[in-house]
Ligand binder design. Structure first.
Ligand code: GLU
Length: 534
């Protein structure tokens, strides 16, 4: 919708839309009737990580006609782009969160393959239902804040969320009561002791919402006045919304087993009641039951990645554009996931990985890369602290390859030192550097040239036409720039695609001083003229 001068929203005229999408349309192969194939469009979208089953696209594609060999003329294509809410445009112009999605997912695949052989750790055995899960299962799913998706492994096998329900329930309490009320009943400091330790903070409250006592407290705060069935429906429905249409279930056997073997959780409940930590009128037994039910919610890694992506995206589910949590809620939830989300490994995880995450005894791990993507890893073998071994392994390898650690931006030379930024378009760093160098040379900005070279750009970089910084400085007669470039490795004999050299450019443009600077003595640097170009 465009706005008129009076601020009234008007629909863009169909002709305007057609013009806007003309260039996109022209990037496709045309049939003899001048139409493009839906199959080619779908294939191109899928290469960017946008699936043809994407809820934002299904309506658009079906009304455009999506049968195998369906064709679209230019106005149908423009209408489809409009119905996708800009998604098709952004995908086809490389403007999604991870522009080179294929490279990123090939790295994820590589990490997955490296970790498959790792059979360290053991499956949780405190209840038979978890003990029976085949230990080798392994899934990784990715969902970016633009809804680019990728999965590998057992990504449609469902598992229980277990402790991964803790951040979601905490977020629900914040939405319902606000932080001031919620934190009258639960602290926000790491506990420094085990996740189910019988301890409270100095005010008699559970230490934080990411350990068992705090999660039981969240359950006491979620819709406390409603019937149990409605409270459970509310939580399950929240998971469904976060999962963007993936199935969300409930494992009754896990629930019954949890309840059967919950002495510690009962003890925590009574201990907190003894300290008057609960809101008035809390029914302790139903609160505990509710907690066991929340732990027994089941979903697959695709759904968990969508949930993590909603947290990465400030509370809006990327695949449906639905806001589930406010940005304030997400900010608080991610803060506590960062400091307390990984059991007794939380401090080490914050140090090494530097990202908010939450794991559970089922082997699930939800990793959030704010404003970029959510990742779900599921592998049931746990280390001694209760975290998925392969899950932690994945996080380590990921931040070794990419500059996702929250403080990576402060590490000088990171982009040079091997860590990549997948948010950049393909070869973006090199392209930006070259453009900066050439532009600075053409306007005679020596500081700009020095900065570009200091940033690792080669003085010999060329544009598509083979033009170098020296050609441009010579054409404009910037002597100081010419001398600096020659002393820093520029090639005085470089030829552009028309055979022009910096010196011939200087001659053509009438800059005799530049001509003689370019004729100067050979050596000592590699950039001094190597051959005559008369
Ligand atoms: N149901 C488990 C408990 O409360 C959850 C444990 C977990 O995933 O940390 O003991």
């Amino acid at each position: 919708m465009a706005k008129t001068a009076e601020g009234i929203k008007v629909k863009a005229h169909p002709e305007q839309n057609i013009a806007r999408y003309e260039r996109l349309f022209d990037s496709f192969k045309k049939s003899t009737q001048g139409a493009i194939s839906v199959a080619e469009l779908v294939a191109r979208l899928e290469r960017t990580g946008i699936s043809s089953a994407d809820p934002r696209l299904v309506g658009a594609l079906s009304s455009g006609g999506s049968a195998g060999d369906a064709q679209l003329d230019q106005s149908q294509f423009a209408a489809l782009c409009g119905r996708s809410g800009g998604l098709v445009n952004r995908a086809l112009t490389g403007a999604l969160a991870i522009p080179d999605f294929a490279s990123f997912t090939s790295d994820v695949t590589d990490i997955y393959e490296n970790l498959r052989a790792d059979d360290k750790g053991s499956v949780a055995d405190y209840i038979p239902q978890l003990k029976r899960v085949p230990p080798d299962l392994f899934a990784i799913s990715v969902c970016t804040v633009d809804g680019q998706q990728f999965s590998i492994g057992d990504s449609s096998r469902r598992f229980c969320v277990q402790s991964v329900c803790k951040p979601i329930n905490y977020a629900l309490t914040l939405e319902e009561h606000g932080p001031e009320v919620v934190h009258r009943h639960v602290g926000r400091e790491p506990s420094g002791s085990g996740f189910n330790e019988l301890s409270v903070n100095g005010e008699g409250l559970p230490h934080n919402p990411m350990i068992n006592s705090g999660a039981i407290m969240s359950c006491a705060l979620v819709k406390p006045l409603q019937a149990m069935a409605d409270r459970f429906d509310y939580v399950a429905e929240t998971w469904r919304r976060l999962s963007a249409g993936r199935p969300v279930g409930f494992n009754n056997a896990v629930y019954l087993s949890e309840r059967q073997t919950a002495d510690r959780n009962f003890a925590l409940g009574y201990f907190m009641r003894e300290h008057n930590a609960f809101p008035d009128a809390t029914d302790l037994l139903s609160t505990l039951e509710f907690y066991f039910q929340c732990c027994s919610i089941e979903l697959d890694s695709v759904a968990l990645a969508s949930t993590a992506a909603a947290l990465a995206n400030g509370g809006v589910v990327p695949l449906t554009n639905e806001r589930v949590f406010s940005t304030g809620t997400v900010q608080k939830c991610l803060s506590l996931m960062s400091s307390c989300g990984m059991y007794d490994y939380s401090g080490e995880f914050a140090f090494t990985i530097g990202l908010p995450a939450k794991s559970g005894v089922s082997g699930a791990l939800m990793l959030v890369i704010p404003q970029v993507m959510g990742i779900a890893i599921w592998s049931p073998r746990l280390d001694l602290l209760g975290n998925s071994v392969r899950g932690i392994g994945f996080c380590r390898e990921l931040v070794d390859r990419y500059n996702f650690h929250v403080y990576d931006s402060l590490v000088a030379g990171n982009s040079e030192g091997g860590k990549r930024d997948p948010r950049l378009k393909k070869d973006q760093t090199a392209i930006d550097g070259t453009v900066r160098l050439l532009w600075s040379a053409s306007i005679g900005d020596l500081d700009g040239i020095q900065a570009a070279l200091a940033g690792g750009v080669s003085a010999r970089s060329q544009d598509y036409d083979g033009r170098t910084a020296l050609h441009l400085a010579a054409s404009e007669g910037h002597i100081d720039v010419i001398e600096y470039l020659l002393d820093h490795g520029a090639d005085a004999a470089a030829e552009d695609r028309w055979g022009g050299t910096p010196r011939s450019d200087a001659e053509k443009a009438g800059h005799p001083e530049a001509v003689s600077a370019l004729r100067g003595p050979v050596g000592p640097g590699p950039g001094r003229p190597r051959k005559t170009t008369s």
